[in-house]
Design a protein around this ligand. Structure first.
Ligand code: UDP
Length: 240
């Protein structure tokens, strides 16, 4: 199944991707490599929105499991995503890519608030827009934030860069016979609870007909390959 034609995409990276081989935090070398992937995609003429998770620093669920108030912990998780966004902004600007960070939690000294029209203008001017702090509310994740921004920015696809090269019918780490889907419908992902993104994020993409492209961001050049239709990925979409 080829990639649908795209002009504007939203790339979602989980915070864990930024860790590299570490067990916590971010590895500036890895962030630099990811920035080069983004630059290559941008240089191919695409408009790029970015959403980065915060799981490498803090997840609300983990805080809640340890006895914290869930909402309080979730706000900490959202702040973690802002740190990752700033790290990625730094790495992109070091290689000459102009960026703006827009946060769903206002912090004027650090970045812009989310303003859709202003984000539009940034994209038109060739800037990468990094959306931070998810949807700005607890009990959500950055997957939902990514789906929301992809919808409001009218992105042609939501690219989910992870550590696996697509969606499998069972866990490929446990089952050597697990099969990767070339394409799968939103409804199957939801009904079979396939681990791609949160159900709310998948449903939002379904309702707005935004294809979700799941691919591995761990190999060099893979984002560009996927965008050129030469990569390995799974595409989540509606019935053909
Ligand atoms: N979070 C939130 N609302 C949002 C987005 C994120 O409360 O709209 C919090 C939540 O606690 C989450 C954490 O921020 O666990 C980090 O985001 P996420 O788990 O999505 O990061 P990822 O798994 O992509 O690294």
């Amino acid at each position: 199944m080829p990639m649908p034609p795209v002009k504007r995409v939203l790339l979602k990276l989980s915070g864990e991707v930024l860790m590299g081989d570490q067990s916590f935090g971010l590895d500036p070398k890895v962030v630099g490599e990811l920035a080069r992937e983004v630059k290559a995609a941008k240089d191919s003429g695409l408009q790029i929105c970015l959403v980065i998770g915060g799981g490498n620093i803090f997840r609300g669920m983990a805080g809640a499991a340890a006895g914290m108030d869930r909402a309080q912990a979730d706000y900490m998780g959202m702040l973690a995503t802002v740190m990752n966004a700033l790290a990625m902004q730094n790495a992109l600007e070091q290689i000459g890519v102009h960026t703006r960070v827009q946060s769903a939690i206002q912090m004027d000294q650090v970045c812009e608030p989310v303003i859709r029209r202003r984000a539009e203008r940034h994209l038109e001017k060739g800037r990468v827009v990094i959306f931070a702090a998810g949807v700005g509310s607890p009990y959500f994740t950055t997957d939902s934030g990514a789906a929301l921004r992809a919808a409001e920015m009218k992105c042609d696809a939501l690219l989910k860069g992870t550590s696996v090269d697509g969606i499998y019918d069972s866990d490929p780490k446990k089952n050597p016979k697990a099969k990767r889907f070339e394409t799968v419908t939103y409804d199957r992902v939801l009904a079979d609870n396939l681990k791609v993104m949160d159900a709310s994020a998948v449903a939002l993409c379904r309702d707005n007909a935004i294809p979700i492209v799941v691919f591995s961001i761990r190999e060099n050049g893979n984002l560009a390959r996927v965008l050129a239709g030469k990569g390995v990925q799974t595409i989540v979409q509606g019935e053909a």
